[in-house]
Design a protein around this ligand. Structure first.
Ligand SMILES: [Zn+2]
Length: 115
């Protein structure tokens, strides 16, 4: 992902509508590009303030630490990606184990019947 792609997805990242397929690349770019990181932090701040949920989340806090809040958001999205990977992996493992078992069983019967 390049910087202009990153910037064109800032809005969808902040409102949570970003495509799952690009989320991982998005986070990778966020980590590797300090310019875009700053850009996202600014928009994140604006989004949170205008969205109104920031005040609620941080009621009673003296220091509004938006950077930390953004990092937590990134972290939870990363966890989500990781969980999805794990699910996909387990699914394909179950799928292929099932297939291999079926093939071995079929071969066993073929040998059993014909030999
Ligand atoms: Zn960039």
């Amino acid at each position: 992902m390049n910087c202009s792609e990153f910037n064109s997805n800032i809005k969808s990242f902040n409102d949570g509508s970003i495509d799952d397929d690009i989320l991982e690349e998005y986070i990778n770019h966020y980590k590797s590009c300090s310019q875009c990181r700053e850009e996202l932090e600014i928009y994140y701040l604006i989004h949170k303030v205008f969205d109104g949920d920031f005040e609620q989340e941080n009621k009673g806090m003296q220091d509004l630490n938006l950077k930390l809040s953004l990092e937590n958001d990134i972290k939870s999205k990363e966890d989500m990606i990781y969980k999805e990977y794990k699910q996909k992996f387990l699914f394909s493992l179950a799928f292929w184990t099932g297939n291999v078992t079926a093939i071995i069983t079929a071969m066993y019967f073929i040998f059993y019947i014909f030999l």
